[in-house]
Design a protein around this ligand. Structure first.
Ligand code: PDD
Length: 284
């Protein structure tokens, strides 16, 4: 069952208003939350980011965090998500429906919420073997820190990578590397981690922050500083982080091996720390 605009409906029964601004303009925000063994992972951090995204697009959410949490819990129950299930929870909020105009309607517009859960296995095979990536120009807008429904840039860059036979893209703006289509990027050099600073050019990934925290607790130096495509090609190891991709090794870029071309020791170490963090995470 899905939760759509205040009602519980079956898949296929959900309706979208033709002039919903999410539908017309991508005028809305979303979150994807991981469910490990029937439990929401890092729900609180996703709520913090959702409210931040709302503020940044000048959208006042009519729901409290407690109300959204109640909806999430009911979604798990109504869809029989049990400790045997790994899944994702998708939650989106659009500004609502109003006669089409670009600027934000002054009043009479009510945000529309939609949420569902879907069973989804962890990418265990890829986490072991690693994936390939292609360097692609970052053609997205300049507020990548907001998790908005406007994902056409992400769609096109990911497809460009896929067309070249790569699993994902590594995005760069004039040679400065930002992130991937739906994940953040880290490079490893001489036992230290490098990742783009959390500014307007990347999404402030929750997995990214978790990995930074875990690395620092383990005494691994982390540099939140921009680097270029040459640094990527010369990295000892590369990996991306995201809610569904976790700590995913990248073993080749543009067909060239990264480091040894095998999944490296730093990625393995961080995967172990991440796994322990999943298991220790508390029930929301
Ligand atoms: N993507 N960068 C971008 C552009 C993203 O879309 C995402 C998440 C991330 C990683 O953020 P987090 O660790 O909080 O998931 C980085 C989600 C999963 C998606 O759109 O499917």
């Amino acid at each position: 069952m899905l939760y759509v605009d205040g009602k519980w409906v079956e898949q296929g029964e959900a309706a979208v208003q033709p002039e919903d601004r999410g539908y017309n303009f991508g005028d809305g925000i979303y979150e994807v939350v991981r469910i490990y063994q029937g439990r929401l992972y890092q729900w609180d951090a996703h709520m913090v980011r959702l409210y931040r995204s709302a503020r940044e697009i000048r959208l006042t959410l009519p729901w409290s965090e407690a109300e959204l949490t109640a909806i999430a819990r009911q979604l798990l129950v109504k869809n029989n998500i049990t400790p045997a299930d790994d899944a994702i929870l998708y939650l989106q909020i659009t500004r609502g429906a109003a006669p089409r105009q670009h600027d934000i309607p002054a009043d009479g517009i009510r945000p529309v919420i939609m949420a569902f859960v879907r069973r989804k296995e962890r990418p265990l095979k890829e986490l072991q073997t690693g994936i390939s990536a292609k360097l692609v120009a970052d053609i997205r807008w300049l507020r990548c820190d907001i998790k908005t429904l406007n994902l056409l840039g992400a769609v096109l860059v990911k497809q460009e990578a896929k067309d070249a036979g790569a699993a994902d893209c590594i995005l760069h703006r004039d040679g400065i590397v930002t992130e991937c289509s739906a994940a953040n990027l880290f490079a490893v050099k001489n036992g230290e981690l490098y990742t783009h600073p959390a500014n307007h050019l990347i999404l402030h990934g929750i997995t990214r922050q978790t990995v930074i925290d875990l690395a620092q607790q383990a005494g691994i130096p982390v540099h939140e500083q921009a680097f270029d495509t040459t640094f990527v090609r010369q990295a000892d190891e590369l990996f991306l982080t995201g809610t569904t991709s976790e700590v995913m090794p990248i073993i080749s870029v543009d067909g060239q091996p990264v480091g040894s071309g095998q999944v490296g020791p730093m990625v393995r170490k961080l995967q172990e720390l991440f796994e322990a963090n999943i298991n220790q995470s508390v029930q929301v």
